[in-house]
Design a protein around this ligand. Structure first.
Ligand SMILES: Cc1ncc(COP(=O)(O)O)c(C=O)c1O
Length: 402
């Protein structure tokens, strides 16, 4: 059904080229560059936050934020079991213990009930993710964090521009971290940023991202175990113009999502992920829906992927449950503070059902196309699901022979 590619990403513009050209004539291409300060001011402002610190990746932003939240060896941090590895690996890198919580299968986001069940006296932080750019249930999670005196750090790596109750995500928790890695809705190839409305927190972030220096201290004065996790000026120059174009891209993404959601309401067995009622804007970084094989005579999701691929539409599973990653077959010599934590025998019913049987992802650039491009995606979904319903044996026999 489709041979043409979808819009490429990232998209270079004249404005980006000009900013970069100007930036290389700046004094200093790194720390202290006015270009980096400008990005921080503009991004913080766009994200309804007072402060921002630009880092060299989303992963280092998470690590810095966790350290600033006071995570020390053996402290527990609650994270969703369904997310990109960095949400959990940043906890390990801070010598903390990633404690997984299950997801709300309707939205793909962390389930606040599961968070509550995981709280212990060692819980230092909750780090939910706005999965695919769709905000998690921030009101419920905030309440839990406040009730137990735990810090809330938002992993907003995929959620540039997303809003909860009319307020941009990131600064709703104590701090929020974004990624500018090449696939993200705003990108410099690599990079990250932490936003916050909490001055003492951001001052601690400054120290951890800047080799352990403190704001009022000297260049060779180091009070914490930090690192050089700073962004370069040229990355900031690539990003600044994108703050002027992001809203237009978000509008395109939203309109394509609406077309997909509306078409899928007529396809039994395919259900788009829902958004919570308080989501006033999703970043629609990814489009994710659920495949229910019981509507298709038990034909597997993987066979559906193959049939979609034959129509020129690439769909895929996305994440697996993080506790199933080899990383979590823990070597206790390397991670002694994880002794006795049994990731191997962990099991979360919704994470597993979603990841292993149901999740269907579309790549982020598919949401950047025209309405005709999106119609091609819809046509492929309709064609493949109709064929699976009308001629299931064709697919089931193919599965048997594979
Ligand atoms: C949910 C989530 N958290 C963290 C990260 C880490 O960001 P980065 O790749 O910039 O280190 C990513 C990005 O890939 C992500 O999707």
């Amino acid at each position: 059904m489709r041979e043409n590619p979808f819009p490429s990403w990232p998209q270079p513009t004249e404005r980006i080229k000009q900013e970069v050209a100007q930036c290389i004539h700046e004094e200093g291409w790194g720390i202290g560059s006015r270009v980096i300060d400008r990005l921080c001011e503009l991004f913080a402002d766009y994200h309804d936050s007072k402060y921002a610190i630009a880092t060299n990746s989303g992963t280092t932003a998470l690590w810095v934020a966790l350290k600033a939240a006071g995570v020390k060896a053996g402290d527990e941090v609650i994270v969703p079991a369904y997310t990109f590895i960095a949400t959990a690996s940043s906890v390990l890198l801070a010598n903390g213990i990633p404690v997984f919580a299950d997801i709300d299968i309707k939205t793909g986001n962390i389930d606040p009930k599961s968070i509550e069940e995981k709280i212990t006296s060692r819980t230092k932080a909750i780090m939910p993710v706005h999965i695919g750019g769709s905000p998690c249930d921030l009101d419920s999670i905030n309440l839990i964090a406040k009730k137990h005196g735990i810090t809330l750090i938002e992993d907003a790596a995929q959620a540039h521009g997303a809003e909860w109750n009319g307020r941009k995500v990131g600064g709703i928790g104590t701090g929020g971290c974004f990624s500018f890695q090449t696939s993200k809705n705003m990108t410099a190839g690599e990079g990250g940023i932490i936003v916050s409305n909490d001055e003492p927190f951001i001052d601690k972030c400054f120290s951890y991202y800047n080799c352990g220096r403190v704001r009022e201290g000297g260049w060779y004065e180091h009070r914490h175990l930090g690192g050089n996790f700073r962004m370069a000026a040229i990355q900031a120059a690539v990003l600044i113009p994108q703050l002027d174009s992001i809203n237009d891209f978000l509008t395109v993404r939203e309109s394509n999502r609406n077309l997909l959601v509306s078409a899928m309401s007529n396809i039994d067995g395919i259900t788009p992920l829902e958004q919570y009622p308080s989501v006033t804007r999703s970043a629609n970084h990814l489009f994710i829906c659920r495949f229910d094989s019981s509507h298709f005579s038990g034909i597997s999701r993987e066979t559906f992927f193959e049939a979609m691929q034959a129509e020129g539409i690439y769909t895929y599973q996305g994440y697996k449950p993080l506790y199933r990653e080899d990383l979590f077959i823990v070597d206790e010599k390397e991670y002694p503070w994880l002794e006795g934590i049994d990731y191997k025998n962990m099991s979360f019913p919704y994470t597993e059902k979603f990841s292993e049987k149901e999740s269907v992802w579309l790549k982020q650039n598919y949401l950047l196309g025209s309405s005709q491009d999106t119609q091609d995606v819809i046509n492929a979904f309709e064609k493949v699901t109709n064929e699976m319903r009308n001629n299931p044996n064709l697919f089931l026999n193919r599965e048997k022979n594979n």
